[in-house]
Ligand binder design. Structure first.
Ligand code: ADP
Ligand code: MG
Length: 681
């Protein structure tokens, strides 16, 4: 869709009081073709069914209008676009939950918003309609707010909002109390006051809308599927009786490599823990945009279903498990990080993070876990956390024990994951069942050592800190990895590890090292030309992400630059590649800042196949060319462009008010075409 403005990002601010009138809103809507945009977004939402429409739309709109919200910038705060986005966030928040959560977070929190209440209310009616249609959410239809009368004072509006907040809070409390009373002992622990605990379960399990014929087939398959003991109210495992009649939209490597013959041969097979071929395929069938399309429910899957997993691994990583072996090397002392590099990193890098997945043999992986296994994993991990050596010591917080505020704080800092939505990879694969039971976060006081429990993997280990001391962070990561291994072994358990595939995990895109070493780095010059940044990254096997995780925008020219590969290289090699690549980025940035052309860019061809055996999908030997016209190459570029000329500053995330939702879009989503970003249809 063409931009309604020739120059996005240059809309006229409304400053005058009278400008918040219905007429002003209408003319703004007309001038900027807001209705048309909303219509397009409606179909976009219906097609893509993002797990978090609020965030999805917010990014789309911000991208579309070339708008970078900024709480600190007064002028910006008063612009129509800000109002529009804020109001939009609020509106979607309400229609999603029928509750006050997002209003409090996105709007009431910020006193300045009150200035725009009138404007918001006007536009809310329209947007609300769109979102209600798009999400089919009945709550939206009961929005209590009435259109603003032009004579209403700001105080009246505020009072009215407060009343609504109070009433809704009271209702929420009451309903929670009731739930507590009727809840049978161990069951249905799916609701609690926190945002992370209340989503969807009451809605039951919903199938997506992909294509009418395919949807009918899917509904029939669901209806005919025998119940699975691990089914929950909000999730059903579907048993496919035949090879799914995939649509054009299905882009995954699973789809590509799953033949009728293979399907027929494996469809009746289950692992000892009961995970079937259908279970592994379910996310890829329900979520056509996924690039991998297969999840593992336990360790045995890697043998039982290797005929589908190996081609996927080969396609995604350019690594052939039949012919190659993976090596692990967690000796941080081998890293070469010169004084000069250290100096440059100190100057440019804001923070450093290294993470990987660790799973324990004998227990199912989250997509296939039973309650017993999930809780047993939590117990083993809790004991392991308790046994960590002194420098790594911290506290484990079960998700259910955190207050909403604590949870939000952790998410705002990029420390915590969110509940996977039903239409995200993890939700569609069954890894969100029984939320939040068995999930939690361990961290030390300084939050430089963290472990996530029972999210995409049984355990994600993370070392992070401010600044650019990559060697220090990697050393701590290695210590943590070793300590978790030792602690698990001390309990008679072993980590899931395979000679060919390295560390094993839920998603075949995260095998081998499963390691992502990233720096948050501010690159104002390169930020002016993200395509160039992307190209340079590709040459050095790096992956650029935005400043708040995968698929986010690089706000304030801040980029998350990490190694792209996961398997075929050791941990030391991957971190070294990151250090060396980022060193090059910095030197190009400096050349550009000095007025040069940044010609120091490497000479390796941008389309060149990755050297060696690694590579996470782009420019792969073998697979990539054959994927042309069939599926977009697996996502490498997982940033969302921000229009030039936008101001830097506070990150206003989907939730508004500067919240940052860690893991909202997980790498696990692994979109096949993330590179295209948030294109409007
Ligand atoms: P991963 O898949 O490795 O967990 P995501 O892209 O999902 O990474 O990001 C998870 C969270 O970690 C996000 O909030 C992101 O901003 C944060 N993050 C990633 N790298 C860094 C870093 N180097 N410093 C600080 N925060 C980071
Ligand atoms: Mg992630």
């Amino acid at each position: 869709m063409d931009s309604p403005k020739s120059k996005p990002g240059r809309l006229t601010p409304i400053k005058k009081k009278g400008a918040t009138s219905r007429a002003a809103v209408q003319s703004f809507f007309e001038e900027h073709k807001v209705k048309e945009i909303l219509q397009d977004l409606t179909s976009d939402l219906a097609i893509n069914q993002p797990a978090d429409p609020k965030k999805y739309l917010y990014h789309k709109l911000a991208n579309f209008f070339g708008f970078e919200p900024n709480n600190q910038d007064d002028e910006d705060l008063r612009s129509e676009r800000t109002c529009y986005l804020r109001m939009h966030v609020e509106c979607v928040g309400r229609s999603q939950t029928g509750r006050v959560h997002f209003i409090r977070r996105a709007t009431m929190k910020d006193a300045d918003n009150i200035l725009f209440s009138a404007w918001e209310k006007e536009a809310t009616a329209l947007l609300h309609d769109v979102v209600a249609k798009a999400t089919g959410d009945a709550n939206g239809a009961n929005d209590e707010r009435s259109p603003t009368t032009e004579n209403q004072t700001q105080e009246e509006i505020l009072l009215e909002k407060i009343k609504i907040l109070e009433r809704e809070n009271a209702e929420l409390k009451k309903s929670l109390e009731n739930q507590e009373k009727v809840k049978p002992s161990n069951e249905k622990e799916t609701s609690s006051p926190s945002s992370n605990k209340t989503q969807d379960s009451k809605d039951g399990f919903k199938l997506p809308e992909i294509d009418p014929a395919f949807d009918r087939w899917l509904a029939e398959q669901l209806a005919a599927s025998p119940p699975d003991v691990k089914d929950t109210e909000d999730f059903k495992y579907i048993t496919f009786t035949e090879l799914p009649p995939f649509t054009e939209k299905h882009q995954s490597l699973m789809r590509k490599h799953m033949s009728s013959e293979l399907f027929e041969r494996l469809k009746g097979v289950r692992t000892a823990k009961g995970y079937s071929l259908s279970n592994g395929m379910q996310a890829g069938v329900l979520r056509p945009h996924l690039g991998v399309g297969f999840t593992c429910g336990d360790q045995e899957c890697f043998e039982t279903f290797k005929e589908i997993i190996y081609p996927i691994v080969k396609g995604w990583h350019g690594f052939d498990p039949e012919a190659q072996e993976h090596r692990s090397d967690l000796d941080a002392s081998k890293l070469v990080f010169t004084e000069e590099q250290e100096g440059k990193f100190r100057q440019y890098v804001k923070s450093t993070r290294v993470r990987a997945a660790r799973n324990i043999s004998g227990y199912s992986l989250p997509a296939g876990s039973s309650k017993e296994d999930r809780l047993a994993v939590e117990e083993v991990l809790k004991e392991a956390f308790g046994a960590l050596p002194e420098p790594l010591q911290g506290t484990y917080y079960p998700l259910g024990s955190l207050s909403s505020e604590q949870e939000q704080d952790l998410q705002a800092g990029g420390f915590l994951f969110q509940k996977p939505g039903p239409m995200q990879l993890l939700g569609a694969a069954g890894a969100g069942r029984d939320w939040p039971e068995g999930r939690g976060i361990f961290h030390n006081e300084a939050k430089t050592v963290l472990c996530w429990c029972n999210e995409e993997d049984q355990c994600r280990i993370i070392a992070m800190e401010d600044g650019g001391d990559v060697k220090g962070v990697f050393s701590r990561f290695c210590q943590l990895s070793e300590a978790i291994k030792t602690a698990a072994e001390g309990k008679g358990k072993a980590l899931m590890y395979d000679e060919r595939l390295g560390f094993l995990g839920t998603c075949p895109s995260n095998l081998g090292t499963g390691l992502r070493a990233s720096v948050m780095i501010v690159l104002p010059e390169l930020n002016k030309d993200p395509k160039r940044l992307e190209e340079i990254c590709r040459k050095y096997d790096l992956q650029p992400r935005g400043s708040s995780g995968e698929h986010s925008a690089a706000v304030g020219a801040k980029w998350d630059i990490s190694n792209k590969q996961r398997i075929g290289y050791s941990e030391v090699e991957l971190v070294q590649k990151m250090i060396d690549g980022v060193t090059q980025l910095i030197s190009i940035e400096e050349e550009l800042a000095a007025g040069g052309g940044g010609g120091g860019a490497p000479e390796r061809g941008s389309g060149e196949d990755l050297a060696g055996t690694g590579g996470s999908g782009e420019g792969q030997a073998g697979e990539s060319s054959s994927q042309e016209g069939f599926l977009s190459k697996p996502s490498v570029v997982t940033w969302m462009p921000v229009q030039q000329g936008s101001t830097s500053g506070a990150q206003e995330q989907a939730g508004g008010g500067g919240e940052k939702a860690a893991g909202e879009v997980m790498e696990g989503d692994k979109e096949a075409s993330g590179k295209d970003g948030f294109k409007l249809p």
